[in-house]
Structures are given as C-alpha cells and as structure tokens.
Write a protein that binds this ligand. Structure first.
Ligand code: FNR
Length: 385
C-alpha cells in the first residue's frame, strides 16, 4: 500500500469515504456531546516526551507478555462489534491480521461471526469479550420458547445468566485464553448519530436475527432498542465472583476508570484491568482514559496488569500509556477503519503502522526495551507557554 495512508488518521479519512454514512457514524461516533470522544485523543496531545540521549538503541525489543502469552508488541485489538459492516470478512479478517502481527485479538460478544468460526480461522492466542447478558446466542437457544411462550416470558429466558455460562464454555472449548468482561454497559450510551440515522444492522448479519424481533420500537435507533432489552443493568461485583466460579479462564474487567473500582476489581480476584470508557460511547464527560491511568495503576500497585484503550492513534500514545504504567494498550476504531479500507490487509497495515511508530519512538526516546520506559520519560499536563 505504498500510496496508501501514512498514519491512522488517514485510514479514518479513507474509511469515511468507503463506508455508507450510517455505518461510518456508527463506528466513529461517541455519546451525546462527544466531549469525551475528542478528549480521549486530545489528552494524549497534552503529554510531552522526555527522551534520553546517547543510549544504544541499535536494537529495539518491543516484545512482551500478557497473562503469560507472548506478543510482538504491547498493542492488542480491542473488541468491537458488527465488523461485517466494515467488510464482508469482518472478524475473520481481523483475527487473521492480528495473528499475522503476532498480537492478541479480543473478540467481541457482538461479533458477526461465531466464536467457533473465528477460532477455526486462526490458531493464534485470542481472548473473548463478554457482556453478562444473553444476546443472539440466546435467540437460538430460546427460539422454541419465543414461539411457545408469552413475549414477557421470552424476555426473561432471554436474560438468563446461563446463556453467559454457555458462552464461557464455548470460549473455553474453542481455545480462547481469557475472558474480558465489559462492565461499563448496564445500558447503552446515547449515541445521537445512530438515533438520527435510525441505525439498523443489515438483514443478513447475525445480529439481525435479534433486531428483527423489534423488541422495543422506540422510534429511535434499533441498536438502542436491542440493547435496552438485552443488556443487564443488575450486573454487580457478585457476578464477577460467579463468573470466576464457573470458568478456569482468567477474567479481566474492561471499563474501569477510578481507583475505587480498580481496588474492588483486585479484591474480586480479576486477572487484569482495562482502563476504558468504551471509546467514549457510553457516559459522556468521563475523563479521557490516559488521564486516569495513573490513579488506577497506583490503586492496583502491581497486583494485576493494567491495560488502556481509548484514543490511541500514534506510537507516541502507546509509549505515553506505557510510561504511565500500562502493560499494554488496545485499539478499537483504527482496526475497523483498516478493515473498511482493505480488509485483512488493511488491519495488518494499521497494526504494523502503530508498531513501527512505537519502535521509532522507543529509539528516539532512548528506550531499547519496554522495561526502559519509565514515568520520567513523560511530562504530563503540558500547557503551551
Ligand atoms: C466498541 N467497543 C466495544 N467494547 C466492548 O467491550 N464490546 C463491544 O462489542 C464493543 N463494540 C464496539 C463497537 C465499536 C464500533 C466501537 C468503536 C467500540 C469499545 C472498544 O472495545 C474500545 O473500548 C474502544 O473502541 C477504544 O477506543 P478507540 O480505540 O476506538 O478510540
């Protein structure tokens, strides 16, 4: 792709040209005023770098491990749903690209391909993201119930937690190595672009089976209707204990942005924490993730690895997150933009581009290995003189 995009922002511009407006808005949008959406990116730009000179950087080693699994760099693929809206190969293409870049993909619960399909397309290390709710799996399991019971009964069954248990078992059977439980979505955030666009999944997508039930026709986005009937607002810390009791896989929680919750997560026995505000798609006016990383890392004090996502668009952003204590970062939208631009090849280019930028940043900052990156390599809250 010699004449192609030279940075992730250009991937976004190209994706915007390639995608129908409704889908581009769905991928790129955030909640309400989208204040946090902008801040997730801009907060990185208020952190400056403090490079060290005359360090031998003839060899740069970006390799690391997470939960004992090797990765070529500290950059993972975040779970994003409905990837077929970006490319027909959707999550299959992303999984292959992540494997080719020797990194870990977290497969979304709202994937268009089943976790079996994704497992059979690549044998690389994969994690599975779970919403503790039912979902389209439940639709299949409960179809009989749907046609024989009242609508209320159907919804009750639909929300039953044993659907989550069944998903965990399928993830285990299909070689997923960890469960990433998303904890910031008791209800769907208000994404006004989707409401305006009357966002709907295409007829042939997996999610369509569910949405065509038309569970709660509010006149707004179908996505919102879908979510309001399937997300589980009663989820609590007890459920994390329950999940731990029914799987041997390590459980990470995604969506923590305060020291208080980080301590609770450690007490609940999780194996890792993802500092995330869901790419600013849930509660607007939450702080940008990079600005709360420090407090979470301090609260956790090394008990478990802390990851970060939200607004990572440059190798320097990855470097800044590592300097402030993250073990690794995840990228969401850039992967989808890569998919929209050139399928599997596009996702590979996105991941490689970010890896190359990180490698160069480490060289220019005098850090031959990830261990060399310290808090002293960044200056936070920089203000223009
Ligand atoms: C998401 N995200 C998300 N998170 C999750 O836990 N389960 C999911 O199904 C989805 N789906 C999803 C769809 C789309 C289109 C986006 C943009 C995001 C959130 C995602 O995992 C991650 O937290 C953010 O995307 C990170 O921010 P950036 O990299 O997109 O700025």
């Amino acid at each position: 792709m010699e004449d192609g995009p030279v940075n992730l922002r250009e991937f976004q511009e190209l994706a915007k040209r390639n995608l129908p407006k409704m889908y581009y808005d769905y991928f790129s949008g955030g909640a309400e005023d989208q204040f946090t959406l902008r801040e997730n990116v801009e907060a990185f730009q208020r952190i400056m770098l403090r490079p060290r000179i005359l360090v031998d950087v003839s060899k740069i080693d970006m390799s690391t491990t997470l939960l004992g699994y090797n990765m070529s760099s500290p950059i993972l693929v975040a779970p994003t749903g409905s990837q077929q809206l970006a490319h027909p190969q959707g999550e299959l293409a992303t999984a292959r690209a992540a494997a080719a870049c020797n990194t870990i993909m977290v497969l979304s619960f709202a994937s268009n391909y089943s976790l079996e399909d994704v497992a059979s397309t690549c044998s690389a290390v994969r994690f599975y993201q779970l919403y503790v709710r039912s979902g389209f799996d439940a639709f299949c399991l409960c179809f009989h119930c749907f046609i024989t019971c009242s609508f209320e009964q159907f919804l009750q069954v639909f929300k039953r937690r044993d659907v989550s248990a069944a998903l965990l078992q399928r993830a285990e059977r299909n070689g997923y190595k960890a469960i990433v439980v998303t904890v910031d979505t008791p209800r769907l955030g208000r994404r006004e672009a989707d409401i305006k666009n009357k966002m709907i999944m295409p007829r042939n997508s997996n999610l369509e089976g569910l949405i065509s039930v038309d569970v709660n026709p509010t006149g707004g986005s179908k996505l919102e209707a879908f979510a309001s009937e399937t997300l589980d607002p009663s989820l609590s810390w007890k459920d994390i204990e329950w999940l731990k009791s029914i799987t041997k896989l390590p459980i990470m929680v995604k969506g923590i942005i305060t020291a208080e919750d980080a301590r609770k997560a450690v007490d609940a026995g999780v194996s890792g924490i993802v500092v995330s505000n869901h790419g600013a798609r849930q509660l607007d006016y939450t702080p940008p993730t990079i600005s709360v990383l420090d407090e979470v890392v301090k609260a956790v004090s090394g008990a478990v690895p802390v990851l970060l996502d939200g607004g990572v668009r440059r190798g320097t952003d990855v470097f800044k997150a590592l300097a402030l204590g993250a073990k690794a970062v995840m990228i969401g939208r850039p992967v989808v933009y890569g998919l929209a631009v050139k399928g599997e090849h596009g996702v590979r280019s996105v991941i490689k581009m970010l890896q190359n930028e990180l490698e160069l940043t480490m060289a220019l900052a005098g850090c031959p290995t990830l261990r060399d990156i310290t808090r002293n390599h960044v200056m936070i809250n920089y203000e223009r003189p």
